[in-house]
Design a protein around this ligand. Structure first.
Ligand SMILES: Cc1ncc(COP(=O)(O)O)c(C=O)c1O
Length: 447
């Protein structure tokens, strides 16, 4: 049966959505039907510059010809083979991830949250295997305030905002939160009962806050001294997004376990847990598994995606375009007094505002720019790695226009800043209330 062309029957599709979907997302009116490079197109053919990239998933933009070719080719061969059998791509993909990360072994999952669950299980199993002579195994898991690790019960237990956790309590027992980048609090909470400390090397949903070198180093020391796992959640900040393969590679030491997902298979759902030999060896056949994780089509696509990042030297592009964007945002902070701070590196960038961000996100969409706001006042930019200098310029022009044309949103108290007391570089304080009105209006382009 041939599917109706997307966009033909949108009214019915949206009516069905309202009637039959569970009520979990508030969505804007636009319906995107296809994309090319860094641009999305809605059902009326209007063009949008995408600086959200499917929330850090679409690192290669849309319709990359090598990805399209790989999916076509593999779909015609074998979409799925059970994990009871070998497939040709899991090994080479695991090897590539081991080479990129400095870790030894890989388990493939279907999502980020499942990678976190796998990491927690490995840490618990490792602690259990070490507990001898009837001694209780370490089971406590430390995480950081302002964290986000996913929506399943283990991941939720180590996700900080109460709004995500409380409706579903009780969650996994043994989780405790350390104040973000607070070494003294880390030392106070770390004891031999801890089997893992989990941290996002750069907090993503939390508003783009990097873990400090001092905190990382102490977490590494304490984890090693207590035979606990240092788990780096790089689901949002990993696989090239900072301009390095992994964000933690700016530190001198490695984590024991790393989780990845979002951009791994260029938009197809694939995550992975990576571990060093010591922690990986806690798993033996039968202890952990998945039906879908790591199928041939998805692994072939992921392998192609990582090779594209290498072949097209995209990490260099990430570093260069990231610098351009941050420099432009710092400049913008001189014109718009509601810009509090620019954070991030590479193409994971947060713009901390003293006013609500949602009105800007809505206005941006009307003006052909897709961005996102987290924690109510932090605009988040996660453009594809393939973004070009001209598109950075277009982004800056469109964002300036959005800031100038949106009626000033409601103020946010300084104490609401998620990690307000952490030391990150502040931008120079802006003075003018609102920028001088821009002369040009940028129309929405139509295909
Ligand atoms: C750092 C981090 N960890 C875990 C997750 C959960 O991933 P998923 O939504 O694929 O389960 C996310 C998702 O946003 C994330 O950003």
């Amino acid at each position: 049966m041939k599917r109706k062309a997307a966009g033909k029957n949108m009214t019915t599709a949206l009516r069905d959505e309202a009637r039959y979907l569970m009520n979990t997302y508030r969505r804007p009116a636009a319906v995107f039907v296809h994309g090319k490079g860094c641009y999305l197109y809605d059902e009326r053919g209007r063009k949008y510059l995408d600086f959200l990239g499917g929330i850090a998933v679409n690192a290669l933009g849309y319709s990359h010809p090598r990805i399209v070719k790989t999916i076509r080719c593999e779909a015609a061969r074998a979409i799925h083979l059970s994990n009871l059998f070998h497939n040709p791509y899991q090994g080479p993909l695991a090897r590539k991830l081991a080479e990129w990360s400095g870790l030894d072994r890989v388990f493939f999952t279907n999502s980020g949250t499942e990678a976190i669950e796998g990491a927690l299980k490995i840490a618990r199993a490792h602690a259990k295997a070490r507990a001898k002579n009837g001694r209780a195994a370490a089971t406590r898991v430390l995480a950081l305030t302002n964290s986000f690790h996913g929506r399943t019960f283990g991941s939720l237990a180590i996700t900080y905002p109460a709004k995500y956790r409380e409706p579903f309590a009780p969650l996994m027992p043994g989780a405790d939160f350390v104040r973000f980048n607070d070494v003294a609090d880390l030392e106070a909470k770390f004891d031999p009962g801890v089997c893992a400390i989990v941290l996002e090397t750069i907090q993503g949903e939390g508003g783009i806050y990097p873990v400090s070198e001092a905190f990382w180093n102490r977490a590494r020391e304490l984890a090693s001294a207590n035979h606990a796992a240092l788990i780096a959640d790089e689901i949002q900040c990993g696989l090239g997004r900072t301009g390095r393969a992994f964000a933690y590679q700016k530190f001198a030491s490695l984590p024991d376990i790393v989780t990845v997902a979002k951009p791994l298979a260029a938009g197809l759902p694939l995550g992975a847990v990576l571990a060093n030999e010591e922690f990986a060896s806690a798993l033996v056949p039968g202890m952990h598994g998945t039906t879908f994780g790591g199928g041939p089509l998805i692994c072939a696509t992921a392998l192609e995606a990582l090779e594209i990042i290498e072949d097209e030297k995209l990490m260099k592009n990430v570093r260069e375009r990231g610098q351009e964007i941050r420099a432009a945002l710092e400049k913008m902070a001189l014109d718009f007094d509601f810009i509090r701070e620019v954070r991030g590196e590479g193409l994971i960038i947060g713009l901390d505002l003293s006013v609500e961000g949602a009105p800007f996100v809505e206005e941006a969409l009307k003006r052909g720019l897709v961005i996102n706001c987290t924690h109510e006042h932090i605009l988040r930019f996660l453009p594809p790695f393939v973004v070009r200098p001209a598109q950075v310029k277009e982004f800056v022009t469109r964002l300036k226009l959005v800031f100038a044309k949106t009626p000033r949103p409601k103020s946010i108290e300084a104490k609401d800043s998620a990690n307000a007391d952490t030391s990150t570089v502040k931008t120079s304080r802006a003075t003018a209330a609102v920028a001088a009105p821009l002369q040009t209006e940028l129309p929405l382009e139509t295909r």
